[in-house]
Ligand binder design. Structure first.
Ligand code: D6G
Length: 821
């Protein structure tokens, strides 16, 4: 189209008067509301539309630019994007926050009131999904032609309620009021095939052609969300697919059949994008989940090739124009799908297709936990995706030929490196498929990447060491400091300028202020204000006042035994006993705050949530304890709640068993917001410790080698129980039903598990943890000393910007021309 004339200027004015008029226009024209009928939800919607208007021109220009320059694009494939709220973040990135605040003020609202109306987009479980969201922000900020590709689930991560102390799951109907940030692009519609059988025929030249017949078809329809960079006019795209039944598009289906039956069929195929699986670090192996994974990758790879083909006549340049990053193995079927499209549809030779595929893909591993690794049964894959199973067998056959060349007659090596695992049933090891089909494989912290090489991927590493690399995770400083902690951001900008917002290492310039008493006082005051804000949330939920001078000791993340919320909880019981034994001692007052969801089917994690709530109800109502010890569980942890909790933390709990937490990113968010960490030598904690220095980090517990050695020697948790009277007393109280008077055995499974197996070495680390916490209590008695440590954490957090992470991916993995090595 040559003359595409628009009447409104592409980039709208951004002054308060214009923004106010724009909100009112949307209230009137888009929502049909006036001063009598508009609700706060309407004002939020109108505000969101006004902001979206500001994004549109930049979005179109950015996308045009990518086409005009035939840019190399980066595709980030993820089953999860944990976006949270969008309004305030967009305003910050567009540089319109203050003008928008005045516009709303003129309309009789505060920005905070309107921001609070927005429902979180919770299309993810935890760290992996939030990382994807941070990466989108960084790619846009760095001007990288990046795309997120995922699923537009009708229901995101469940909403958590606490009833009688226990977790209850409520469906997250996040689209109930519509989603002003997305645009349906119904023209991008792809056919996805499941089931059926493969037929093959030879052509006149003897070449085999494969075709899937008698399968089921589902359509994938695109919804695009703009992703603005910070102050740079770049707007990238997050494209999410919704499942649509082809029957809804084809009237013929209704002509010869039963109408209601046809409608039921529509509902069944559209189930594919209905709900996010609520598991974090657990492989469940359900057929519907497999279909979701294939649905995402098939639509995405078709879309990538469609976009490439718009500007190219043959596929040779594909690796120069396309880089695909697999966020864990969840989208690893993309490798088989790419081969399917290149060989079956584009009719390339297998060798050529494989060369292109392996030049394009890279794989990020996110966990070492065996129960999280995806291993799909061959019979299931054969039934759901018969052609892809053939392709995976062929990839494996050729791969094992290479293994044979490298290690002739070595059966062990073949077994260890095979994509197909023997057993009943045979299984496809998705990590092995991802490694074989990728040119780079990375872990997400230095320790994690080393452990991949040393343990689970050792044989792969020995054969192709150049494939393996590390990319330590990061977080976006826009959302996690500028938006979440406006007061601290303001102080920092006033002091060292605003360079830190896009170059986080500039925070080092704060270091001289550690010696500046006035600055430290101001810094401490801001922390206290943030604590006060959080105390209001606590009050709203628990009707309890909080001592603002107490140490805010915060443990927020998914509930999982390896993350050891239980270690923290047992230590709280020990503290409680100490206070009760010696009420007149000068105890450092503490407020413990927990928040996080457990997978609905994870019995032990849910029981631990109940245990913490049981502690809270006993301890918080004990008059002897008073305000020296309080425990709160805040329900429904989510991005927007994290933004309110993290800036208020004095102490950040990062206490996973060494060798289990691949990286962590919560640890980075806390450090950036001026909390000191109590942490194990695990994941990115190690790098935080390196950056901030041991004097500003409370390290405790067994290291990874110590954990391995102890397990090899034979770990007997009961010995720790017998040896440590304080620990024994704590566990005996739980066993005796002190925290569950109505049902004395309710927490027995927790103690039984600890005494019999204790898979994550809670008892082995209890003594070290308790000693470390004692030291923390002493340091906290000197608030200036504490603030200095906290400030050092902020000043040294620069490494943990996702901008740094993304630059490393761009240089070393995606090989983007604008990021020369
Ligand atoms: C986004 C923004 C819109 C643009 C479209 C291009 O929806 O302005 O037209 O992307 O999509 P592709 O052709 O790159 O898929």
């Amino acid at each position: 189209m040559s003359d595409f004339v628009i009447t409104k200027s592409e980039q709208l004015r951004g002054d308060a008067e214009f923004l106010k008029a724009s909100i009112l226009e949307h209230l009137h024209f888009t929502l049909g509301k006036d001063k009598y009928t508009s609700t706060k939800q309407d004002v939020y919607q109108a505000a969101a539309f006004a902001v979206r208007d500001q994004l549109i021109g930049r979005w179109i220009k950015t996308q045009q630019h990518y086409y005009d320059t035939d840019a190399k694009r980066v595709y980030y494939l993820s089953l999860e994007f944990l976006i949270g709220q969008t309004l305030q973040n967009s305003l910050v990135n567009l540089g319109l926050l203050e003008n928008f605040r005045s516009a709303l003020h003129d309309l009789g609202y505060t920005l905070e009131q309107i921001v609070a109306v927005e429902t979180d987009a919770g299309l993810g479980n935890g760290g992996l999904g939030r990382l994807a969201a941070c990466f989108l922000d960084s790619m846009a900020t760095l001007g990288i032609p990046g795309y997120g590709y995922g699923i537009r689930y009708d229901y995101g991560i469940f909403l958590q309620k606490i009833e009688q102390g226990s977790q209850v799951e409520i469906p997250d109907n996040w689209l109930r009021y519509g989603n002003p940030w997305e645009l349906c692009r119904s023209e991008y519609l792809y056919s996805i095939h499941f089931y059926g059988k493969v037929s093959h025929r030879k052509d006149e030249k003897g070449k085999l052609h494969f075709e899937l017949i008698d399968g089921e078809e589902v359509l994938a329809m695109a919804y695009d969300t703009p992703v603005p960079g910070y102050h740079n006019d770049t707007v990238n795209t997050l494209r999410l697919w919704q499942a649509k039944s082809p029957k809804g598009f084809n009237l013929n289906y209704f002509n010869h059949g039963d109408y209601i039956r046809a409608m039921e069929d529509i509902a069944v195929s559209e189930n594919i994008s209905k709900v996010l699986y609520p598991n974090d670090n657990i492989f469940e192996g359900k057929e519907l989940r497999l279909k979701q994974e294939y649905f995402l990758v098939s639509a995405t790879i078709q879309d990538i090739i469609r976009r490439y083909n718009k500007g190219h006549i043959h596929l040779d340049l594909l690796p120069d124009k396309v880089a695909i990053q697999l966020n864990d193995t969840h989208p690893a079927l993309a490798i088989a799908e790419m081969m399917h499209l290149l060989v079956d549809r584009e009719e390339l030779s297998w060798e050529k297709a494989w060369h292109l595929t392996t030049s394009i893909f890279a794989y990020t591993n996110h966990t070492l936990l065996p129960e999280a690794l995806e291993r799909w049964p061959v019979p299931l894959l054969e039934r759901v995706l018969p052609r892809h199973m053939q392709i995976i067998f062929e990839i494996n056959r050729r791969w094992l030929d290479e293994v044979e060349k490298a290690y002739p007659n070595d059966v062990r090596k073949k077994q260890a490196l095979s994509i197909i695992e023997e057993g009943e049933p045979k299984r496809v090891n998705m990590a092995h498929l991802a490694i074989v089909g990728s040119h780079k494989v990375n872990g997400v912290s230095a320790l994690h990447s080393t452990l991949l090489e040393k343990h689970i991927f050792r044989d792969f590493w020995e054969l192709t060491p150049q494939k393996f690399t590390n990319k330590t995770n990061g977080i976006t400083p826009r959302r996690w400091l500028k938006v979440a902690n406006p007061a601290l951001s303001h102080l920092i900008t006033q002091t060292i300028g605003e360079e830190w917002i896009h170059e986080l290492s500039a925070l080092k310039k704060l270091l001289p202020f550690v010696k500046d008493a006035a600055f430290i006082e101001e810094f401490g005051k801001i922390k206290k204000e943030n604590k006060e804000k959080l105390s209001k949330i606590i009050y709203a939920e628990h009707a309890k006042h909080v001592n603002l001078d107490s140490l805010f000791d915060i443990h927020v993340k998914r509930f999982h035994e390896y993350k050891r919320q239980l270690l923290n909880a047992l230590h709280i019981v020990a503290l409680y006993n100490r206070i009760k034994d010696d009420p007149n001692h000068n105890w450092t007052p503490r407020t413990f705050i927990f928040s996080g969801k457990a997978a609905p089917g994870y019995f032990m994690a849910k029981r631990i949530i109940s245990f913490i709530n049981a502690l809270a109800s006993i301890i918080n109502n004990d008059r002897v304890v008073g305000d020296r010890l309080k425990v709160f569980f805040l329900e429904n942890y989510r991005v927007s709640l994290a933004e309110q909790i993290i800036p208020a933390a004095d102490l950040s709990e990062q206490i996973s068993t060494a060798g289990t937490e691949a990286s962590g990113t919560g640890n980075m968010k806390f450090a950036l917001n001026g909390a000191v960490t109590i942490g194990t030598y695990d994941g990115a904690n190690i790098e935080i410790l390196e950056e901030v220095g041991p004097e500003n980090f409370f390290l405790f517990g067994l290291r990874e080698d110590g954990v391995t050695a102890l397990k090899e020697r034979g770990y007997h948790p009961r010995e720790y129980y017998e040896r440590d009277p304080e620990l024994k007393r704590v566990l005996d109280m739980v066993t005796d039903g002190f925290f569950s008077p109505g049902d004395p055995h309710f927490f027995a499974p927790i103690v039984d598990s600890l005494l019999q197996v204790d898979p994550y070495l809670v008892l082995a680390d209890f003594g070290a943890y308790s000693a470390c916490q004692k030291q923390i209590s002493e340091v906290y008695l000197n608030p200036v000393e504490w603030s200095k440590k906290a400030l050092c954490n902020v000043a040294h957090a620069g490494k943990f910007s996702s901008d740094r992470t993304i630059k490393e991916y761009a240089q070393e993995i995606w090989r983007l021309p604008s990021f020369p090595v």
